[in-house]
Design a binder for this molecule. Sequence first.
Ligand SMILES: CC(=O)SCCNC(=O)CCNC(=O)[C@H](O)C(C)(C)COP(=O)(O)OP(=O)(O)OC[C@H]1O[C@@H](n2cnc3c(N)ncnc32)[C@H](O)[C@@H]1OP(=O)(O)O
Length: 165
Amino acid sequence: MEQPQAAMVASEAGAGDDTDVYRIRPLELGDISKGFCELLAQLSPSTPLTEDAFRNRFAELARLGADHLVLVAEDAATGRLAAAGAVLVERKFIRRCGTVGHVEDVVVDAAARGRGLGERVVRRLVEHAKGRGCYKVILNCTPELTGFYAKCGFVEKNVQMGLYF
Ligand SMILES: CC(=O)SCCNC(=O)CCNC(=O)[C@H](O)C(C)(C)COP(=O)(O)OP(=O)(O)OC[C@H]1O[C@@H](n2cnc3c(N)ncnc32)[C@H](O)[C@@H]1OP(=O)(O)O
């Protein structure tokens, strides 16, 4: 039986507005056949996930409950996914055991860009982090995307560093 990625967080993340073209909701197991991998390939080209790999990762993430939420936007007319994004809640010792939201892997299908969908997804991820008690939400992006994230309410802070293996 298909279960939402984090059933208990569905209400927190909002069920979406059914009158809208896009329904924003948590990732579901069936999304592998609704274009989820094709969407992610627009973020980072890679070989398509097998159904087993998708199911295993889905189960791992589900165990993290509301601390890891993947949202997708489903086109109500076609049933295909038009956008996705994730937020991970980090539990710290500092800041009186504060929590921080990390926004990751935001993508809107090329055909659906420029209509406010990316901003809606990011704002929903931020809302979720706020609802989990996060004192801030952070993300990494390329310089070309700072304008987009500024529209979503973010300000530039610090620098990103990486070490790849
Ligand atoms: C943390 C991360 O995941 S970083 C990775 C981000 N993802 C990618 O780069 C994948 C490829 N790109 C995309 O999927 C999309 O272009 C996104 C997600 C960046 C933007 O999604 P869209 O749905 O097209 O953006 P949306 O229409 O919501 O734009 C909201 C506002 O930001 C502006 N905006 C959008 N993209 C940009 C940009 N690259 N630079 C400056 N402003 C931008 C829009 O003009 C709009 O402003 P307005 O309200 O004044 O009209």
